[in-house]
Every structure is written in structure tokens, then in C-alpha cells.
Design a protein around this ligand. Structure first.
Ligand code: 5GP
Length: 178
């Protein structure tokens, strides 16, 4: 798998340190709140798993799945809920946990959808932010790292379902997907 990677952007140590920082920030911001983290399957799972353990507060987490890019490296522009939350979020303090914000289409849709369920508050945590590709006005409240317009894999991020288990975040060699 490593042979398909052109460049490692963030190694395990860097990721761990940044997640701990985000966990500390969230712990400070959500004291006394009814915190629910909504992890987005499948890419958000490693980040969610690490982030919840870096937050020193009582919390719950739930999972949602939305349609993804499939075996393409470009967004299709349409978002569909494949798996909804198990529980309601009314009057609760929600943080959506995503792997990456690219065009912002996914989060724009998710944010509007979850807002209609009348939570007390709703914020966004993402491991990566690719602001150069944005089509929607989405500003992540908690952001691991900002990256340029490159296609990355690892730490939950896939290409055609693979590479999610890489412990680092790296740029895939172009010949792998072209
Ligand atoms: P958006 O709706 O913001 O355009 O895209 C969000 C989703 O696109 C992410 O959850 C992720 O599944 C996928 N995505 C966007 N950029 C990348 C990337 O560089 N690598 C991978 N593996 N997926 C990406």
C-alpha cells in the first residue's frame, strides 16, 4: 500500500498531537453541555474514535452514512442519507465529525438536515480542510489541518474503498487513479 503513496503529509505522531489539541479545545468549549458527536461513515471513523478519547467530558456518539464519491476522485454533487442517526438530537449540542471538507456539499446538506431536528447547537469538526475547492459557505469550527487541492488517502480516507487503514495521511500517486 505504501508504494502507492507519493508523499506523506501528516504522520501518526502529527495526527495524534493535533487530535489531542482538538480534544482539549472541545473539552473546554462544551463543559456542562449535552454533547453528541455525529461521526460520518466511513471516512470519519478513525478521527471519531481518536477524538472521543481526547475529550474529557461525558458525551455520546452516533453515526450517519451519506453517499460518497465511489471509485471517483471528484464529487458527484448529490448527497443522500444511507444510514440515519439512531437517536434524536433535539435540544442537544451536536458536533459533526468528518474526515475532510472539500466542496462543502456534504456538510452543507448534513448541517441543514440536522438543523431541522432542532438541536441546541451544531458545529463541525474535520480532520482536513481543502478550502480551495469550496462551493458552499462552510467553515469548520474544529479543523485538524488545511491542505491544498490534492487527493489524499489514509486515516479513514479511501480510494475505491481502500487505503482507509493507513495510519498516516498521504497523497496518492496519480498513476493509481488515472
Ligand atoms: P465535499 O462534499 O466537501 O466535496 O466532500 C466531502 C467528501 O468527499 C469527504 O467526506 C470524502 O469522502 C470525499 N473527499 C474529498 N476530498 C477527498 C480526498 O482528497 N481524498 C479522499 N479520499 N476523499 C475525499
Amino acid at each position: 500500500m505504501k508504494a502507492d503513496i507519493k508523499e506523506i503529509l501528516f504522520n501518526e505522531v502529527k495526527i495524534e498531537q493535533r487530535v489531542l489539541e482538538l480534544g482539549r479545545q472541545i473539552s473546554a468549549d462544551y463543559q456542562g453541555k449535552d454533547l453528541v458527536l455525529v461521526g460520518i461513515l466511513k471516512g470519519g471513523v478513525p478521527f471519531l474514535a481518536d477524538l472521543i478519547r481526547a475529550i474529557d467530558l461525558p458525551l455520546e456518539y452516533d453515526l450517519m452514512a451519506v453517499s460518497s464519491y465511489g471509485a471517483s476522485t471528484k464529487s458527484s454533487g448529490t448527497v443522500k442519507i444511507i444510514k440515519d442517526l439512531d437517536a434524536g438530537i433535539e435540544s442537544r449540542d451536536v458536533i459533526i465529525v468528518e474526515d475532510i471538507v472539500d466542496t462543502g456539499l456534504t456538510l452543507q446538506y448534513l448541517q441543514e438536515n440536522l438543523k431541522s431536528r432542532r438541536p441546541n447547537s451544531i458545529k463541525i469538526a474535520t480532520m482536513l480542510d481543502k478550502p480551495s475547492q469550496r462551493k458552499m459557505v462552510i467553515h469548520p469550527d474544529y479543523n485538524g489541518f488545511e491542505i491544498p487541492n490534492v487527493f489524499v488517502v489514509g486515516y479513514g480516507l479511501d480510494f475505491a474503498g481502500k487505503y482507509r487503514n493507513l495510519p498516516f495521511i498521504g497523497v496518492l500517486k496519480e498513476e493509481v487513479y488515472s
